[in-house]
Structure formats: C-alpha cells, structure tokens
Design a protein around this ligand. Structure first.
Ligand SMILES: CC(C)(COP(=O)(O)OP(=O)(O)OC[C@H]1O[C@@H](n2cnc3c(N)ncnc32)[C@H](O)[C@@H]1OP(=O)(O)O)[C@@H](O)C(=O)NCCC(=O)NCCS
Length: 150
C-alpha cells in the first residue's frame, strides 16, 4: 500500500510500476482480506493486529499511530447530512468489529470499543462503546495505541 502510494505520486513510476504494484496490492487484499486502498491518507505507525475483513474507504483520512482491529469497516454514509467519510486523528484505537462511517471527525487519542458503531463526531481522548456509540469516559488511548515514532 505504501509502495503503491509512493509510485502513484511520481510521474516517472505512475504509468509503469504503479499498475504492477496495484495488482500486487489487490492480490494481498484478497489473500488477507484487508482492503485499504493506496489512495487512503494514513500517517506513520499504522498497526494491523490480525488479518481479516478490514475495509477502509479510500477517502478516509487517518493520523499517526493508528491501530485497527479485525472486522473493522471505515466507510461512507449515504445519509445526505453526513454524506462522506471519516477523518481520524492521531493515536486512535479502533477495536475488533467496529464500524465507523460518515463525514465525521474522530479526535486524537480516542478508543473505539469492540463492535461499536460510530456515526457522530467523537472528541479527543474519548472512549466510546456500544451501538450506537456512546462515550463512557475520557481516558485517552493509552495502553491501546502505541507511539510507533519512538
Ligand atoms: C472500549 C474498551 C477499550 C473499554 O475498556 P475499559 O475502559 O476497560 O472499559 P470497562 O471494561 O471499564 O467498561 C466500562 C463499561 O463499558 C462497557 N463496555 C466496555 N467495552 C464495551 C464494548 N466493546 N461494547 C459495549 N460495552 C462495553 C462495560 O460493560 C462497562 O459497562 P458498565 O459500566 O455498565 O459495567 C474495551 O472494552 C474494548 O472494547 N476493548 C477491545 C479489546 C480488544 O480489542 N482486544 C484485542 C482483540 S484482538
């Protein structure tokens, strides 16, 4: 994914190596069940703990030190009021099975609990669980998100 993103940005590689890298990326997408397009904006320190059924919309914007569990979907909402895709801050943890969609903002240091469904903005440091997602505390994502810049 990172290689594809790099190749797409450089005219020298865009028309030859990028298509080849994209085919390899598609192969890994199908093999591991992780569909994160190379056009997705993701900061450094991405961590995918387990394989399987991870789907991220290409227009999603994600910050640094993002941790994503298996079975997570981050996608578009079709509700006209929130049509669009999420913007996710730094040091965010999204637990297994969670779904996050719509033109919403997830703040920095947020924890999204397992199987949670988030369709509204979440402020910095919040821990959100359940369906629909509700904030249960403001503890930040310590212990769940690792600073991988160190
Ligand atoms: C969201 C999460 C981080 C919160 O952890 P926590 O701060 O320790 O929360 P607590 O265990 O103190 O629970 C607080 C309340 O929220 C509820 N709760 C916690 N996680 C929940 C979840 N995912 N869905 C619904 N409710 C949840 C608890 O039942 C408790 O409710 P109560 O106050 O009525 O008793 C955690 O529950 C979670 O989902 N972790 C994911 C773990 C994980 O991904 N492991 C790796 C798997 S590969």
């Amino acid at each position: 994914m990172r290689v594809c993103a790099y190749l797409r940005q450089h005219n020298l590689f865009k028309y030859f190596l990028f298509p080849v890298a994209t085919i390899i990326l598609w192969h890994y997408r199908d093999k591991y069940g992780i569909d994160i397009p190379s056009s997705t904006t993701i900061g450094t320190g991405l961590y995918i703990g387990h394989f399987g059924e991870i789907i991220v919309h290409p227009n999603t914007i994600i910050g640094d030190n993002f941790t994503i569990g298996q079975g997570v979907t981050i996608g578009v909402a079709f509700n006209p009021e929130r049509m669009g895709t999420p913007t996710i801050g730094d040091n965010v943890y999204i637990g297994p099975g969670a779904k996050v969609f719509g033109k919403i903002t997830i703040g920095n240091n947020v924890q999204v609990g397992a199987n949670c469904v988030v369709t509204k903005d979440i402020p910095d440091n919040a821990v959100v669980v359940g369906v629909p997602g509700r904030i249960i505390k403001y503890r930040g994502s310590e212990n769940y998100s690792v600073d991988r810049q160190l």
